[in-house]
Each structure stands twice: as C-alpha cells, then as structure tokens.
Design a protein around this ligand. Sequence first.
Ligand code: DAH
Length: 340
Amino acid sequence: MFDKIKEYLQEVNSFDTMDEQKIEEFRIKYLGKKGILNDLFARFKEVDKEDKRSYGQAVNELKQAAEQKVNELKANLLKQEDDQPQYGDLTRPGEPIAVGSRHPISIVKNQIIQIFSNIGFNVSEGAEMEDDWHNFTALNLPEHHPARDMQDTFFIQRDPKDILLRTHTSSVQVRYMENNQPPIRTISPGRVFRNEDISSRSHCIFHQVEGLYIHKNVSFADLKQTLTYFTKQLFGQSKIRLRPSYFPFTEPSAEVDIYWGLNSETDHRITKGTGWLEILGCGMVDPQVLRNCNIDPNVYSGFAFGMGIERIAMLLYQISDIRQFYENDVRFLDQFKSVF
Ligand code: DAH
C-alpha cells in the first residue's frame, strides 16, 4: 500500500497540463468524492496498528500535494488568460460605434439658451406642478378668465382647484420675481401641459421658453431690439413685425411674426399666403404683475416673451407633424445626428 501511495505521489508531482478540463479530471480522480484520497482514507482501518501513523502521514502528504497541484495549474491557466494581448490584431478595422443624437427639441432649446446667454440672460426653471397663484392669479388671470377653463388645464387637485400642471412657463417669471430683485434677465425653458386634442399642430404636452427682463427704464424699444437680435441669430433673418395683441400679464402686448418669404409652395401653405409666420408672444410686464411679485412698478419696468419650442423646431427643420417629436421613432431622430 505504501508503494502505491508513492506511485500516486509521483504521478501527482509530475502531472502538468494547460487544459482546463484535464485539470478538473485530475482533481476528481484524486480529490473527488469517490477519488483516490477518499479511498485511501477509508482503508485506514485495514492498516496494521503499528503502521497507522506513517500511513496517515503518507496519505496526508499525498492529499496536500494533489491540492497544491490543482491550485498551481489553475493559477497558471488564469495567468495565461491575462497574458493574452488585449487588443488582438491592431490593424483590424474598428467596430462601428452607434452614435446617438440629441432630440430636436433639446437642440433648439439649447440654441435659444445660447443666444440669450450671449446677452446676459441666465437660465431659470420651475416645477411642472404649480399652484393657481403662480400659473394664473399673479399673472392677472382673474378667476373666471377663459384660460382657466377646465378645457385647457389639467388640475391635480379639484377641490379646491389649486394644484395643476402648469399651462405655460410664465409661472417661472412669477417665481423668479418673487425671489430675486431687479435687474433680472432670465429665460426659463420647460415643459407645459394643456388639455387639448392631439393633432398634427398641437399636443397636450409641449415645451416653451419664457423670457423676462426687469430693470429701470426698460422700454418697448429694448424689447423689439432684443427680439430682432434673437431672430437674426436663430433664423439668420431679422425682418420681423410686431402685431398688437392681448395677454393678461403684459401691457401693451404683441405677437411677433418673422418674414418667411413666399418662395415655394410650402412657404405659401405654412404662411397662409402672407409670407409671415408667428413665432412668439411678448409685451411690457403689466405693473400689477410686478406689484404681485413685490417689485415696485414706479421704479422698475420690463418686458417678457414666450415661445413654443416645438413650433420653432418645426419651422427650422420643416417638420410638418408635431407628434413626431414624441414618438421616439429612430428613423426620425437619426436625422439630427450631425447637429449639437
Ligand atoms: N404664456 C403665453 C402662452 O403660453 C406666452 C407669452 C406671451 C409669454 C406673452 C409671455 C408674454 O411672457 O409676454 O401663450
């Protein structure tokens, strides 16, 4: 029996392989449940009394040798894997990397932010969930104003109807004025919500950018000049006109059209044959709105404007259906890959 153990020990010591499976077979052969070592331990009782001690030592020695061998060979294997060149063939052509694209709404939003930051505006944001005061009351929308009708507003709390999804980013003007003293130059991009039917021209969720400038002696001429600069930057075109309009929070109020031209049939269609396109609403902030926000209208005046990002993106990229912005169709989104 001792000779046999010696033989095993020799076999163990001389065993060598880089084959994972062979290592495993070796392990099972010696150290497995029905392996040589368990068998040798089981025979312990058959050994003569005076030999028991040296038998035990010999079997333990074999066991240690087998365990050590398995660990050694496994470690070699791992080391060999680590030593493999990491990049393989360096002359091989690269794998194509799938490049994502920014969403057109983000592209246009960022452009607008950039244009206004260049003339000293900062960016402010407000919550999408608002209360009545910030969305309506502070902006001179009295309780029974049609814009407060359930038709337009998603109310979150109905009784009392105080908490709602903001219907415009003008709510951020109010919050900004409440928390900051003039001079104020801020633009507020964000998502707004209206309970409207979804069609190719309108959606119940869309985006706006609000602008606000409050200082001493701000005049309507400043407003017009700022918007002329803006349209020149964004559309490369500064021919604009201001049409008298009405918003409860500005007085006087205007809507701004840019001259789009009538070169193609599409131009005729989108401008309804006039060559002019409406792009935003604006006006001088109503003194009552300033007062509501703790700003003294005898000292300060200012202008505000608001525009829909989707509408501008549709004009810039000639997109004819607003729903495309929200469908996440990769064929649509892919086309904006080259724009940042
Ligand atoms: N809040 C208006 C809307 O949602 C847009 C607007 C018009 C904002 C005139 C203004 C403004 O700040 O002066 O249609």
